[in-house]
Design a protein around this ligand. Structure first.
Ligand code: SF4
Length: 414
């Protein structure tokens, strides 16, 4: 199973060319090809840029974290085991926790928290959906096999099976057009920055066709015709990838789409499909929620979890944190932090740093170096990815547990 985006494709053929080069044979998916191509040879951990044994790096990381007053445990690009270990360490430290990709996640979660939503699964999309409305930029840019795997196959639970796809305020990629070549596809390209306005116009036209108005460079007649098709669908799905929306208030766009789903349900069955899931952001958020009762962007400093999606966003909290432990097991990427900040980085070998971190511990990639559980975009399924090669790298969970074990003993409660 491929762990590199939230679709969880389980049909890949991957060949190893010794000593440890992986080549994806069965798909052109660029995200999978890039993910599996990152198999740089193992390298030793470093403390202040000097190679050291793993035990020494773990001790150094523990010493930094033990002295921290406002630690941040972030990045969190890791599997379910890694997330559990990271959150346990954060609880011990009284740290703030967040995921590198939580901006996209929060465009959806903010709406879920404010209004609730009607959402569906990838399986329901494939088996039941007869009208798919894709809102905004083509999600295949982030989830390349969405249409090939979940939309192009005929819906198994529709009689007779039929499906059409409408792109609203976005153009399908060439690969999407190819994947959908057997289906009816309508493109209302419009202005992608105004997809929320188009959703509002659709909602108005659903309530009263005479109120259909042109918006986002889409003609009133097209809005009216789409509203009519949505009302007559047997099972409509509205899909979007919030991470692809522009602007600082993209959650308001998501809110309009969620409201449109609600309005369509006055006429027929409809559900939303928010797409996310790179670097297991969905799974890490699930772990945080089941462990602390609240999602990411939470502080564990006060003895009880304090959730504040604004204050505890990692990029904001990094400005006041005195030590950062950044986990990025899926990608060799660690952001630049202020020079005076003490950074402990757990990332794949070959990671390039703007400034050498205080401690760098190379870790294996889930689904390449070790087996791993990651969550699918629709949050309902945790899938297991097999380990494929052995580069002699520790997994993130083991390193995080070792750091926690190396912290000084906590004083007994009075
Ligand atoms: S679409 Fe996503 S899960 Fe499927 S092969 Fe590509 S990266 Fe992997």
């Amino acid at each position: 199973m491929c762990p590199f985006c939230g679709l969880g494709c389980d049909d890949l053929t991957i060949e190893e060319e010794p000593p440890s080069t992986l080549t994806v044979r069965s798909t052109d998916c660029p995200v999978a090809r890039e993910g599996y191509s990152r198999t740089t040879a193992a390298e030793p951990p470093r403390v202040a840029g000097i190679p050291v044994p793993l035990e020494e790096a773990v001790e150094a990381a523990a010493a930094v974290l033990a002295a921290a007053q406002t630690p941040l445990v972030a990045g969190l690009g890791t599997d379910v085991d890694g997330a559990r270990a990271a959150l346990a360490l954060a609880e011990r430290l009284g740290a703030v926790v967040d995921h590198a990709l939580s901006d996209g996640l929060y465009r959806n979660l903010a709406v879920l928290q404010r209004t609730g939503w009607i959402a569906t699964t990838l399986a329901e999309l494939r088996n039941r959906c007869d009208l798919l409305l894709v809102a905004g930029p083509d999600p295949a840019a982030l989830h390349p096999r969405l249409f090939e795997r979940w939309v192009a196959p005929a819906p198994a639970l529709q009689t007779p099976p039929s499906r059409e796809v409408v792109f609203l305020c976005g153009e399908p990629l060439d690969s999407t057009r190819a994947a959908l070549s057997g289906l009816s596809v309508t493109v209302l390209a419009g202005d992608s920055a105004r997809v929320g306005d188009a959703a509002a116009s659709l909602a108005a036209a659903l309530a009263d066709p005479s109120r259909a108005s042109g918006t986002a460079s889409i003609a009133a007649g097209d809005i009216a015709a789409l509203a009519e098709r949505l009302a007559k669908a047997r099972y409509a799905v509205v899909a979007w990838a919030a991470a692809a929306f522009d602007g600082t208030h993209a959650d308001l766009t998501v809110e309009r789409l969620v409201q449109l789903v609600r309005d369509i349900n006055r006429h027929t069955r409809c559900a939303g499909l928010p797409l996310a899931g790179h670097d297991n952001v969905v799974g890490v958020n699930q772990v945080c929620t089941w462990r602390f009762g609240v999602p990411l962007r939470t502080s564990l400093a006060g003895g009880a979890p304090l959730h504040d999606p604004h204050r505890f966003a990692w990029a904001r909290y990094a400005a006041v944190a005195d030590a950062v432990i950044w986990v990025s097991a899926f990608r060799p990427e660690v952001p630049a932090f202020p020079a005076e900040q003490t950074v402990i980085a757990l990332a794949p070998p070959g990671t390039a740093f703007v400034d050498e971190p205080a401690v760098f511990i190379p870790v294996g990639t889930p689904g390449i170096d070790h087996s791993a559980h990651v969550f699918r975009s629709d949050t309902v399924v945790a899938l297991r990815a097999r380990g494929l090669i052995d580069r002699g790298l520790p997994d993130g969970a083991s390193v995080l547990k070792a750091i926690a074990a190396a912290l000084p003993e906590e004083a007994p409660a009075c």
